[in-house]
Design a protein around this ligand. Structure first.
Ligand code: BV8
Ligand code: ZN
Length: 239
């Protein structure tokens, strides 16, 4: 019946344990550059080159200048209609969780309460010496690279390429993916593992899976429904 949006709305309405997986695309309409879009460059570096332990070891100052630039940009952006639409779903459904690959903190800022931050959070910083981790919202950072009282070098509290995901986050994500009957994948290019496999994992457990993305992605063929559009336009229509 009707459009894919109407079918997704109907399935969401009936879902007992809906889960949403989000990527950089849900923050794009807030003005946050995506990773792989043509706005994904900083001083001619791709994010993937800088979001690695090797880059940090080689040049902590450059990597911190990249993160300081992103933190400064993020300090001026607000959640968009797509983030708020997910808050409304959380209010209406008994069970609802967001698994996000984003480190921008915009889901929590919009008011979402059950958010699994797979790749950490750009506002958290951790000491590479003593391991102390805290939230730091200084924009710009007081010193680059920032140092801990113990003398250790501080690093962004995010997961870099080649690094393990935080055990708590990955375990919670697998729990949710295995138990869900409805997964909506929003604004991800579906290339970064392990998040890119969550939709097919859910589908193998006979969950209904749908995608919102203006472009087709490697996971589009596995979807029960593909909604070809922007999150800020399509999500409010579903909720
Ligand atoms: C791991 C935090 C286990 C940092 C990020 C070879 C060598 C080394 C590693 C690997 C390798 N091959 C595979 C790997 C594993 C690697 C990986 O997947 N690499 C890929 C690139 C091939 N994964 C890892 O390393 C992960 N760890 O596997 O650990 C392990 C460990 C050790 C040894 C063995 C195994 C860790 C991955 C986490 C990396 N950290 N971020 C930071 O942010 O600075 S990932 C980074 O990419 C962001 O978090 C981002 O969210 C994520 C995914 O990107 P997307 O969110 O999808 O964003 P993207 O720009 O790509 O796409 C945006 C989409 O939105 C597009 O589709 C666009 O069409 C759409 N869109 C645009 N506008 C809108 C929209 N949609 C809706 N509305 C709109 N308006
Ligand atoms: Zn320390």
């Amino acid at each position: 019946m009707g459009t894919s949006t109407e079918r997704v709305r109907e399935r969401l309405h009936r879902a007992e344990r809906p889960v949403v997986l989000t990527g950089a695309g849900i923050s794009a309409e807030s003005g946050v550059p995506t990773f792989r879009g043509n706005d994904g460059l900083w001083r001619n570096h791709r994010a993937e080159e800088l979001a690695t332990p090797e880059a940090f070891r080689r040049d902590p100052k450059l990597v911190w200048e990249f993160y300081d630039w992103r933190r400064r940009l993020l300090s001026e952006v607000r959640p968009n209609r797509a983030h708020y639409a997910l808050v409304r779903i959380e209010e209406e459904k008994r069970h609802f969780s967001i698994i996000t690959q984003n480190v921008d903190g915009l889901h929590s800022l919009a008011g979402s309460r059950d958010v699994v931050e797979l790749h950490g959070n750009i506002w958290r910083i951790r000491c590479t010496g003593c391991g102390r981790e805290e939230e730091d919202r200084n924009v710009p950072l007081k010193e680059i690279p920032p140092r801990c009282g113990c003398g250790g070098l501080l690093r962004p509290g995010v997961v870099w390429f080649g690094e393990m995901l935080p055990a708590g986050a990955i375990n919670r994500a697998y729990e949710l993916v295995e138990a869900t009957d409805f997964m909506l994948v929003i604004g991800t290019s579906g290339v970064v593992q392990p998040a890119a496999s969550f939709a097919t994992m859910a589908k193998q457990r006979s969950a209904f899976v749908a995608e919102i993305n203006p472009e087709r992605t490697p996971i589009s063929p596995f979807m029960d429904e593909v909604i070809n559009g922007k999150a800020g336009d399509m999500l409010p229509q579903i909720v």
